[in-house]
Unconditional design. Structure first.
Lengths: 248, 68
């Protein structure tokens, strides 16, 4: 494909996200939405191009966390900008830019997938997990704004709840993938334990607004949860940068 | 009996237990990253079989711990 291995498409997408951030900051919502949509289109083409890094199309390199996470964030912000054109999107677009910058500096080749990764369950797992991470980061950002008094109280909570739903879907699809590939639904390793730590943490966070005396700490929990997701996932991504890769 | 049932059914207990589970799992994730073979053994053994073996082997490896 014409975008395979041509990183200019990714850099142009990040540039468009940066422009969209600036335009949303200047309250030019219409132009900001157009810049965001163009960036999203360019990044989508780049991601599809990654599928041919091994000369044969494989969805695995498309679904790599550092690349698909900013795409998920951009999709959420784009849908939000269409459904609620007057909502403040500067901060959310900043998240897209920040996570896109990491994908710019990440190793571009693909990790050759083992036969165990060539199942639709693996793809569903990676996509739902990245979507959940995106929702958790947005929840943490909105919670920070709530604590600063710049957003109404509990505005972050629906992001948190949808993130938890997506993360639960990821855990189920991941368990099915694990069973298909390894014969167990759970494995004692850093990846599974980290995922379980995140799931239980957010399950606890969802209980907090139901406790009258502790309700005020709920926004703080959402921020800590976002940091927990960032630490666990990005320490994994940095580790994966040392793996041998093909193409890119 | 009713007060015990009310106490363990309190949503605060659920919250504390979930946070404790999360902290334990997170600590496990940190250790599993640097002790792959130790944790990988758990995929082949039950915890009640794995744990005594670890305690015994650690005792043998380090007499100061009190191994035989």
């Amino acid at each position: 494909m014409f975008t395979t291995g041509v990183h200019g498409w990714l850099y142009a997408a990040v540039g468009c996200y940066g422009i969209a951030w600036g335009l949303f900051g200047c309250h030019r919502h219409g132009w900001g939405r157009i810049a965001l949509a163009v960036g999203f289109l360019l990044q989508s083409l780049y991601l599809i191009g990654r599928g041919w890094l091994g000369d044969v199309f494989l969805p695995n390199p498309i679904m790599e966390g550092p690349f698909v996470l900013p795409w998920c964030l951009a999709l959420i912000v784009l849908v939000r900008s269409m459904l609620r054109p007057d909502s403040r999107l500067g901060g959310l677009t900043a998240l897209v830019v920040v996570f896109s910058l990491f994908s710019m500096f990440n190793t571009k080749g693909m990790i050759p997938p083992t036969p165990k990764k060539l199942t639709v369950w693996a793809m569903l797992f990676f996509l739902s997990e990245s979507m959940a991470h995106a929702l958790f980061y947005i929840s943490a950002w909105v919670a920070l704004l709530c604590l600063m008094g710049r957003e109404p109280e509990n505005r972050y909570f629906s992001w948190l709840a949808w993130g938890f739903v997506a993360y639960t879907v990821a855990q189920v699809t991941g368990a099915i993938w694990c069973f298909v590939g390894w014969g167990n639904t759970f494995s004692w390793g850093a990846r599974h334990l980290g995922s379980a730590a995140i799931w239980t943490f957010f399950a606890a966070s969802l209980h907090l607004p139901l406790i009258a005396r502790w309700r005020s700490k709920s926004a703080l929990m959402a921020i800590v949860g976002g940091l927990l997701v960032f630490y666990i996932s990005y320490s994994g991504y940095l580790h994966e940068m040392q793996f041998s890769r093909v193409g890119g | 009996m009713k007060s015990i049932w009310t106490a363990i059914g309190d949503i605060r207990v659920a919250f504390v237990l979930l946070i404790a589970a999360s902290a334990t799992l997170f600590t496990g994730a940190l250790y599993a990253g640097s002790n792959f073979s130790l944790f990988h053994e758990l995929n082949r053994h039950r915890i009640q079989d794995w744990l005594p073996g670890q305690i015994y082997h650690r005792g043998v490896a380090d007499p100061a711990v009190g191994g035989r």
